[in-house]
Design a protein around this ligand. Structure first.
Ligand code: SAH
Length: 389
């Protein structure tokens, strides 16, 4: 790999890098050292202090993404770093068929995502540098995992900030319309070209399985998507109602249920806000409820409205819950932090007149590592609550 630069950063940029944050913004770059778009560069402080190596972007506000401290970047960086991430999955994704192999900054590979769906891989190269290194990355993945196919799901909007076009295409081998993978003892079909995220919500993998410990009786899964929670609960519960406003998702829930021989899953094509309210006024009750809405706060400005949304659905769910029942409630809004989410749940419990215990505070699956000091890498909250009375 040829290394360009050095890119010289300001004192503020240097302090940030030394505190361990992998990003340096445009305003903290003093000189680009002639780096070409997407180059791997040497990074220096204002007096030539060696700070390490980074991925360079000529377009994004995030100009540098650090990949190594010190004065040497080992040869074969991409392969070695991917191999290290893969090795760690033996510990945190033991036995899983569908899981995240590389989670960007959380694996020291900023702006690269690699998801594994059994024999197939889905990759996202979200900056100029990972886009430029794509041939090397694909070659490393082929060598390390011998996949039957690799698809690029390069349609996230963030690529625009890098001046990159959206692209969904097969980079290696063949990728069928849908692939079947197991999550625990439930088999799911994933559409690697069109599904949300890269096909499934892999960040909820461990939470899907954890819910099995609590699920019983009559269950409700709001915002079900392809039934990640609903089908796990169906193995355990008398009945499950799976709710989504995407009819297409509900078709997949039905076919996934049939594939698993689960006859106790009912789907409801509805807005969860309305349905929760009408179930409540009809006097319905549940033993287990899951709430896993899309991010209500996609930006900082949207937080206030998001807080109202989270409070509303949690309040309704607590009212629908029988004493002794479990509520598994999630938020994937990065801008609503864990303590903020806890306050929302507290307010919801007060308004519902319910005494509630916190059983577990969970987060994204461990194959989506959170980098210490980098709050941007922690986004998913998943609380398990129990209604006492
Ligand atoms: N629980 C899923 C992931 C949910 S993603 C899993 O673990 O795999 C969020 C889902 O909420 C999407 O499928 C989306 O269609 C649905 N959705 C968004 N707004 C909704 C609403 N107001 N009512 C019901 N479903 C909604």
């Amino acid at each position: 790999m040829s290394i360009e630069g050095p890119v010289v950063v300001s004192r503020k940029g240097q302090a940030r890098v030394e505190r361990g944050h992998p990003w340096v913004f445009r305003s903290d770059v003093l000189r680009d050292g002639g780096a070409t778009p997407g180059a791997v560069v040497r990074v220096e402080g204002p007096r030539g202090e060696p700070l390490g190596f980074a991925l360079w972007s000529s377009r994004s506000e995030i100009r540098l993404r650090m990949i190594e401290r010190g004065e040497r970047l080992p040869d074969g960086f991409w392969r070695a770093r991917i191999e290290r991430a893969l090795e760690w999955r033996k510990t945190v994704a033991t036995g899983a068929e569908a899981y995240r192999v590389v989670h960007g900054e959380g694996d020291g590979l900023p702006s690269l995502v690699v998801d594994r769906y059994g024999e197939h891989l889905s990759i996202q190269t979200l900056s100029q540098a990972t886009e430029r290194a794509k041939p090397e990355i694909v070659a490393a993945l082929v060598e390390l995992l011998s996949p039957a196919g690799i698809v690029e799901r390069n349609d996230p909007r963030v690529r625009r900030l890098e001046g990159l076009e959206p692209a969904v295409s097969v980079l290696h081998g063949e990728v069928p319309e849908t692939v079947e993978v197991a999550e625990g003892d439930v088999r799911l079909r994933a559409d690697l070209r069109h599904g949300q995220k890269t096909g499934l919500f892999l960040d909820q993998r461990e939470n899907h399985l954890a819910v099995r410990r609590y699920a019983r009786g009559r269950a409700l899964d709001c915002f079900t998507y392809d039934g990640g929670f609903a089908l796990q609960m169906a193995r355990q519960c008398d009945s499950v109602i799976a709710v989504d406003l995407s009819a297409e998702s509900l078709e997949r829930v039905k076919s996934n249920a049939a594939r698993n021989g689960l006859g106790n899953v009912e789907t409801r094509d509805a807005n969860a806000f309305d349905l929760l309210r009408s179930l409540e006024s009809a006097g319905e009750r549940f033993d287990t409820i899951v709430l896993d809405p899309p991010a209500f706060a996609k930006s900082r400005d949207a937080v206030e409205k998001a807080v109202r949304g989270y409070k509303e659905i949690n309040l309704r769910a607590l009212k629908l819950l029988r004493p002794g029942g479990t509520l598994v409630t999630c938020s994937c809004s990065y801008h609503v932090h864990e303590d903020g989410f806890e306050s929302i749940l507290e307010a919801a419990a007060v308004d519902a007149g319910a005494a509630v215990t916190i059983v577990e505070k969970r987060r994204q699956a461990r194959d989506h590592p959170v980098l210490l000091g980098v709050p941007e890498t922690s986004y998913l909250k998943c609380f398990v609550l129990r209604r006492l009375f």
